[in-house]
Design a protein around this ligand. Structure first.
Ligand code: FES
Length: 196
């Protein structure tokens, strides 16, 4: 860790490449900031973390934290505290496809353990690891809010619900072969209507 980041040395944060806002992000930041009173502008830290992560290959480096701190005139440690609290913010580089497996009770009762087993073997990735080809990172998370359609996973920004080992394997195969995947329920139910 660079000594150029007082207060953030010896922490969980990793150094990445130089980071500056893209023109598109700068426009987005103006819109975000307009939603908060000037004296409460630091409340915009969450959307800015999300924006930085999106621009930085889906993870937040020390450089991202620094820039958000400057943009919101907010101590770096405060930005880092927020970033480290939520599992949706990645503090290390991740694979092209970040697979988050819900392991909370409703999904677990519906077989999330089997889904985890399938994903581990099909991606050749253990939990909290990235595959050698950089295609996948696999993590386990708590409830993602789609309990009635469990077991479910999130891959980058998309939900995949009503999973079994067969359709999970198909989803991974499609990613490996650059084929599109159907998002949402894999058994064709609309929203969270009763399963047939
Ligand atoms: S328990 Fe899995 S989405 Fe809520």
């Amino acid at each position: 860790m660079s000594s150029g980041h007082p207060g953030l040395t010896n922490t969980f944060l990793e150094k990445g490449s130089p980071f500056k806002w893209s023109d598109e992000s700068l426009k987005e930041i103006e819109i975000i900031k307009s939603k908060y009173p000037t004296e409460r502008i630091q409340s915009a830290v969450m959307p800015l973390l999300y924006l930085a992560q999106k621009q930085n290959d889906n993870w937040l480096s020390v450089e991202c934290i620094d820039l958000i701190s400057q943009t919101l005139n907010m101590p770096k440690i405060r930005v880092a505290e927020v970033a480290s609290f939520y599992s949706m913010f990645n503090l290390k580089p991740v694979g092209k496809n970040l697979i988050q497996i819900c392991r909370t009770s409703p999904c677990w009762l519906r077989g999330s353990n089997k889904i985890t087993k399938t994903i581990r073997s099909e991606t050749d990735c253990d939990i909290n690891q990235t595959s050698d080809d950089g295609l996948f990172t696999v993590v386990e998370v708590e409830c993602l809010g789609a309990c009635s359609n469990g077991p479910m996973i999130q891959i980058n920004d998309e939900f995949f619900e009503d999973l079994n080992q067969t359709n999970t394997k198909q989803i991974i195969d499609n990613i490996k072969n650059n084929k599109p995947n159907k998002v949402g329920s894999q058994i064709g139910r609309s929203s969270s209507e009763n399963a047939k």
